[in-house]
Design a protein around this ligand. Structure first.
Ligand SMILES: *Cc1c(COP(=O)(O)O)cnc(C)c1O
Length: 381
């Protein structure tokens, strides 16, 4: 299986490619299902096989496939017992896919601040926000790096809280030697196109608890316990067999994809290391899988971040901003009484994000880093 063809590394920034990588394996698997006329979850074993292989890879007993990462977070929150009016502590600095499902449950997101070293939840900030109405902590392993789970587990145990992991950006990342997906009782993954492995759209909940797995299966399948017997409010969150077939092939390549992402991150670190930037650094407690490469401009440049981004784009650098502001500034959260999160504010004001898609190639990443360094030097000087 060759993932990266000879000469695929492009020298220039003219053809920057961040599309997912597919090969003969995905193509053959999809064709087989199409020819057999078995493309849904209910018509073949493909989804069940993908679940088993994903569970084995993560090192848990159960994986439940759903049709998006957002559906996976929602399903996990339901299995954790989150209901209307309860508080769920979430990071202020994350993607809306983390927090939307809290609203779907008519629960109350309580935004906590992040640790600037990891970009993930700060356990001290979480502790300050625990009230008698707190039901769960929903932590995110942001940008491919684990949150610091041990203190969060300690808080959850001390206060009797459910713990849910949004690992939608962290397939294959580890915490203290164990893969994410096996740390919290419930973990959500996404297979959306930009993620470390993809099925186009798709998601998975992993758990080591058979009772929680059974609830997740009901939630995915209309709340059904047995045919015609509806145990709870459910959804149609099923994944198609076509998605699962692609997922099975992608899972075989995940470690190679992640190695390529790490090599791209190393190229960025080397190219940007001499500038006064804050670059992402792997925490000592686990392995980073670099979903993206988010770094910080010097504080003095925060007011000019948009200008810097535009100058980079003009030079062909595929720069993004993940994420431009703490989530609580969005209109959908205006009804909430939010305690400010100064570290999230600061980081969101000066973050810039480079892609680490394996299709970029290391040579292109070096070229991106060189051009980025040149442009930013012009602003720093
Ligand atoms: C992608 C993502 C989601 C949602 O996943 P979808 O598959 O896009 O629904 C949730 N949380 C985080 C942190 C994500 O990156």
């Amino acid at each position: 299986m060759t993932l990266f063809a000879e000469g695929q590394d492009k020298q220039a920034l003219e053809n920057v490619d961040i599309r997912p990588l597919f090969g003969d394996e995905e193509e053959a698997a999809v064709l087989e299902l199409l020819r057999a006329g078995t493309i849904s979850q209910l018509s073949t074993e493909t989804v069940a096989r993908f679940e088993q292989e994903f569970a084995d890879y993560i090192g848990v007993s159960h994986a439940v496939a759903v049709h998006s990462g957002t559906a996976a977070v929602h399903t996990a929150l339901i299995a954790a017992g989150v209901t209307a009016g309860q508080e769920v502590i979430v990071p202020a600095f994350t993607f809306i896919g983390t927090v939307g499902p809290v609203l779907h449950q008519h629960a109350v997101p309580v935004f906590a601040d992040i640790d600037p070293a990891s970009f993930c939840l700060d356990p001290d900030s979480v502790e300050q926000r625990i009230t008698p109405n707190t039901k769960a902590i929903l932590a995110v392993d942001l940008f491919g790096q684990a949150a610091d789970w041990e203190p969060l587990q300690h808080l959850a145990a001390k206060h009797g809280l459910a713990l849910v992991d949004d690992a939608c950006q962290s397939h294959g990342a580890t915490y203290q030697g164990k893969k994410l997906g096996s740390i919290a009782p419930l973990t959500a993954f996404s297979f959306q196109e930009s993620k470390n492995m993809t099925t186009g759209e798709g998601g998975m909940v992993t758990t080591y608890d058979p009772d929680l797995a059974a609830i997740c299966r009901q939630v995915r399948q209309q709340g059904e316990q047995t045919w015609g017997h509806i145990a709870r409010v459910g959804y149609n969150y099923r994944m198609t067999a076509l998605q699962a077939a692609i997922g099975r092939a992608q899972l075989q390549k995940l470690e190679q994809f992640n190695a390529r992402r790490a090599a791209i991150a190393a190229a960025y670190r080397e190219g940007l290391g001499s500038l006064p930037l804050v670059l992402p650094a792997p925490m000592s407690y686990g392995q980073h899988v670099y979903h993206v490469y988010s770094f910080l401009l010097p504080a003095a440049l925060a007011p000019r971040r948009q200008e810097v981004a535009e100058a980079l784009r003009e030079q062909g650098v595929p720069i993004g901003i993940a994420y431009p502001k703490p989530l609580y500034h969005s209109p959908v959260f205006q009804h909430l009484d939010v305690e400010p999160c100064p570290k999230s504010e600061d980081i969101a004001s000066r973050v810039l994000t480079l892609p680490t898609a394996p299709s970029l190639g290391v040579e292109t990443a070096k070229a991106i880093a060189a051009v980025t360094a040149q442009v930013i030097t012009g602003f720093v000087a």
